[in-house]
Design a protein around this ligand. Structure first.
Ligand code: UDP
Ligand code: MG
Length: 314
């Protein structure tokens, strides 16, 4: 008998069309693993209803009445994918040893569950699911996603390319995650900060089971911007450098303006207007940049992120 209890956490927002098939498929995978004695009998799927306005919760209730394999958590209102997922992970963290998160539309296919479990049993604390093949996505989504991952890397944020929120977290990773209390959640940026032995599994991203995406372009852009501003202070540094160069340029132009004045080629009033204008513009931008640097520090401090996690002591 295995003593590893696994929980699958699935945030759902208006997913009544996909829920039955998802519950069926994921449940089947779990039952197979339980039968093969790879995981404990008490392993389960937990659906988190993120304030759905359709029959999602009713469906979840139906499934939970079928036995202990299914569980449900209902949030008081819609809080968004990231927070709904965190709510599921944190409320199930004492109920299982390791938790796998997946989307309700099975775009990250359920047959990966045994791969996650095996990678965990091999000693990995974090297992990242990576979409190797995004041919089921539109060209636009693929392009913007690629640009986003590249931008994040440039900004010095350590994220796993093409990894969304399909991953396994072991008990130590879940403990670590609970210590991040930032309000602007961007889980795929936080998880790599946790460390511990980790691995990746690769799969083909399927098309959505049914229904439509809950991430229209507007939400996608807001999410990407959240990712940038929650993890990088480089844009602030950029303002400072910009200020510095504008200052330099204004001194150079200032020199030339002064020269034309000395030479007597300047129209009266031109020099006295242009010089302060250039100078003040540059100095202002530079000062904004310097303030930005302090702001960046304050921002790092108020996050109260944990500074380290100990893996072993001997
Ligand atoms: N989701 C959620 N709350 C929201 C939006 C989405 O819980 O406010 C869930 C949704 O039900 C799904 C997952 O987040 O399980 C990913 O959403 P979706 O598949 O629509 O995003 P996409 O795959 O198109 O990026
Ligand atoms: Mg999806």
């Amino acid at each position: 008998m295995s003593s590893t209890r696994i929980g699958i956490v699935i945030p759902c927002f208006n997913e009544e069309e996909t829920l039955d098939q998802t519950a069926e498929t994921v449940g089947e995978q779990l039952r197979d693993l339980i039968d093969a004695e790879e995981i404990e009998v008490g392993s389960f799927v937990c659906f988190v209803d993120d304030g759905s306005r359709d029959g999602t919760w009713k469906k979840i209730e139906e499934w939970t009445s079928k036995g202990t394999l299914y569980r449900g958590v209902k949030l008081s209102r819609n809080v968004g994918h990231q927070r709904a997922l965190l709510a599921g992970l944190m409320s199930m963290r004492d109920e299982a040893e390791a938790l796998v998160s997946m989307d309700a539309d099975l775009q990250d296919p359920a047959h990966t569950i045994p791969l996650f479990v095996n990678a965990y049993l091999d000693g990995n604390e974090v297992v990242y699911g990576v979409r190797e093949d995004r041919s089921s996505d539109s060209g636009f989504k693929r392009g913007t996603a690629e640009f986003f991952y590249r931008l994040m890397r440039k900004l010095g944020v350590d994220i796993v390319p093409n990894h969304a929120d399909c991953r396994l977290l072991g008990p130590r990773a879940l403990d670590a995650l609970s210590l991040f209390d930032e309000a602007n959640l961007f889980l795929r940026g936080i998880v790599p900060l946790i460390g511990y032995p980790s691995t990746r599994i690769y799969y083909k991203r399927d098309a959505r089971l049914a229904g439509e995406t809950k991430y229209p372009l507007r939400k996608m852009l807001a999410f990407a911007w959240d990712g940038v501003t929650s993890f990088s202070t480089k844009p602030l540094g950029f303002i400072m450098w910009l200020g510095f160069f504008v200052c330099l340029a204004s001194f150079a132009v200032g020199g030339w303006v002064a020269y034309t004045w000395v030479e007597g080629q300047a129209i009266p009033g031109w020099t006295s207007m242009l010089l302060p204008l250039l100078f003040i513009g540059g100095v202002q931008l530079l000062c904004t940049g310097v303030i930005g640097q302090y702001l960046g520090k304050i921002y790092q401090e108020v996050k109260h992120r944990p500074r380290y996690f100990i893996e072993k002591r001997i």
